[in-house]
Design a protein around this ligand. Structure first.
Ligand SMILES: C[S@@+](CC[C@H](N)C(=O)[O-])C[C@H]1O[C@@H](n2cnc3c(N)ncnc32)[C@H](O)[C@@H]1O
Length: 336
């Protein structure tokens, strides 16, 4: 699920990099926003073209170290902000002629390898999963939410078929013992008698917890809306997703703002001028066989993009309504 991964050596591979570059065309210069700076792979490549500048954002303060390296190399053309991309509006960027905004969702190789972050089921120690700028951790979720609430999280954010059984087991266990990462993994493994040999038994629960802890649904929706407001006419909005939940949100957002919507066939169709995006490719772009061989985790990557057709910065979207069931679950975290 992670974009920046390794095959055997711990090497950094920005996913679908050539495809991103051919879509955003930094060869023509201009200002770009890299909403998920990570290991700086996309930003550095964009900055290698003359007359470009990049504003890089990441919620993980650890990425600032990599940003420092780019800052010393491209002093005049690079800015880094330790912010969540849902806070894009705080940057007050509307007059900056933004030619492209990119999101490469999920987490990096460095983050999955960090035992402190505890994103991997191989980690030891306390449950965490905070990428940065969070208000609660996976430990709070596992200990403080009700059995039923845990079930909803596993079911809707992890598509975990055995969400109910696993949440019952957690509820029993937490009354007796403190649950850390390895206890959670063992508990899920013991529960799942029928093993799935393609993925680890704990994959779905771990994905669900990470999405919940980092409020990834709300982050993505607000990030997409803010990016759309900031982008210049003719600018590109490109998103790389790594799971079906993210992809559904991006696909809906792009599609719903790219098409005419006539409420009734007897009413005049919506003025073409009001359509916000040009959606050039309905199908997502996926990594080549060669890229997957080099970097196997890239196999779940999907790249979608749109071009902003119109210059208006305010627009209506029903995306909150469309995904309200997920937002409602995510809001359970507001109590923690
Ligand atoms: C897959 S990595 C990006 C890799 C990057 N494209 C590269 O080439 O190095 C995803 C990054 O997005 C960051 N991230 C995830 N959610 C975020 C959010 N809501 N706001 C800002 N950064 C976020 C993570 O901390 C992580 O560093």
């Amino acid at each position: 699920m992670e974009a920046t991964m390794v095959s055997d050596a711990p090497k950094h591979y920005p996913v679908l990099l050539n495809e991103i570059i051919s879509i955003i065309t930094p060869q023509r210069g201009g200002t770009f926003i890299d909403c998920t700076f990570g290991q700086g792979g996309y930003s550095e490549k964009i900055l290698s073209f003359k007359n470009t500048s990049v504003i890089g954002l990441d919620r993980d303060i650890e990425t600032k170290k990599i940003a420092q390296r780019l800052l010393s190399k491209f002093e005049q053309r690079f800015i880094f902000k330790n912010k969540r991309f849902s806070q894009l509006n705080d940057l007050k960027l509307k007059s900056k002629n933004i030619r492209g905004i990119i999101f490469d969702l999920g987490f990096s190789y460095t983050q999955i390898k960090s035992s402190e972050k505890g994103l991997s089921f191989n980690s030891n120690g306390e449950l965490n999963m905070r990428l940065g700028l969070n208000t609660f951790s996976a430990k709070d979720v596992i200990n403080k939410l009700s059995r039923k609430e845990l079930e909803l999280i596993f079911k809707f954010f992890g598509d975990e078929k055995e969400a109910k059984g696993i949440s019952i087991k957690i509820d029993k266990e937490r009354k007796k013992n403190k649950i850390d990462t390895q206890i959670l993994v063992k508990l899920i493994e013991d529960f799942k008698v029928k093993k799935n040999f393609k993925i680890h038994s704990a994959t779905k629960v771990f994905q669900a917890l990470r999405i919940f802890v980092n409020k990834e649904v709300t982050e993505l929706i607000n990030g997409l809306i803010s990016a759309t407001k900031i982008l210049d006419k003719g600018g590109v909005l490109a998103v790389v997703t790594f799971n079906s939940l993210e992809d559904r949100i991006v696909k809906y957002f792009f599609k719903s703002l790219s098409e005419k919507k006539s409420v009734s066939r007897y009413l005049p169709s919506v003025d073409n001028e009001k359509i916000l995006f040009n959606l050039l490719e309905k199908k997502p772009i996926i990594p080549s066989e060669k890229e997957i061989k080099l970097n196997p985790p890239s196999r779940s990557a999907k790249l979608r993009y749109v071009i902003k057709k119109n210059d208006f910065h305010e627009f209506k979207t029903d995306i909150f309504k469309k995904f309200q069931h997920l937002i409602k679950i995510e809001n359970l975290g507001n109590r923690l």
